[in-house]
Write a protein that binds this ligand. Sequence first.
Ligand code: PHB
Length: 387
Amino acid sequence: MRTQVGIVGAGPAGLLLAHLLGRDGIGSVVVERRSREHLERRVRAGVLEQGTTDLLDTAGVGERMRREGMVHHGIELRFGGDGHRIDFAALTGGYGITVYGQQEVVKDLLAAREAAGALPLFECEDVEPAGLDGDRPAIHFIHAGERHELQCEIVAGCDGSHGVCLPSAPNGALVAYEREYPFAWLGILAEVAPSTEELIYARHERGFALHSMRSPVLSRFYLQCERDADPGDWTDERIWDELRTRLALDLASGPIVEKGVTPMRSFVVEPMQSGRLFLAGDAAHIVPPTGAKGLNLAVADVRVLAAALRDHFATGDDAGLRAYSDTCLRRVWRAEHFSWWMTSMLHRFPDGAGFEEKLQRSQLEYVVGSEAAATTLAENYVGLGTA
Ligand code: PHB
């Protein structure tokens, strides 16, 4: 097998890259470990920046998102029992966000790949990039019981935080920067109308809580929990009690159809490239979800990489590929800071009683009381931090 760009991973980054390259007449093959059903069902993030929705639109995969996505122009911060609205539109000159599930983006991209007759190879085993240091890289894998070598010019590592691409980069070439947080999020999806029009981020003595949504009949919630929490210990009753307390809200409840624990981590690898390997999305960086940036960063990486590859294959101009990592890392580090800042401001830290809590409270009061501070939050949230 031979193609121009070998892509590992059929999440949003890998699928969008394949789609954008295809529109420019550049060949690619996507190799994926999991099944199509798994990818389409996996509940992940749900907030899209305007830059993300604009790109999906221009790429011709935004039609359902425009129809079903929920456009919001603010969020609510809740602490000390009171809510405070951060008005994105007023603070950023009209910007907003679209609430639309990541797995819906994945479904739309898969439908587009299917229409192009270029679906990923699903359920591949023993996926292994090779020859990344030379000029004849390849991806080795087993598909439908047969061993394959996919020869390509470029390997795009879009295989997430536990992928095989990052570890296959030559030893010592990349430097990782990392922070773990002493808590996790319990995420749930419930068949009930949202009890709020906009997202609510709540800081409470018992821990952080978030009220998000997926549709007029589907709500998404998160609760700060122990790092090693067992979702089985969280009965439906306990979840609703805890949400009502932390959100200080008269919450409508409904059947919980999904429950999972998400670890909280900050991680960046530099540079995002080594030889013929280019990393994009979670394979290169992780943010804690409090800033709603993960999917948006992946899409931003892919936009830069697709443009650089277009130049490379059209004219042999590699300036874009050489600048890829630096270009992406500016946005990545802004999002890393914002996500760390939101996380630090809104969670209960195990050793944080006293001084730290007073600082959090003061920072929250400043953010909702000062237009300058509110603008900082708003422009980062909508994605203007590096514009
Ligand atoms: C979500 O809806 O899944 C969501 C929303 C906002 C966040 C994180 C996750 O900050």
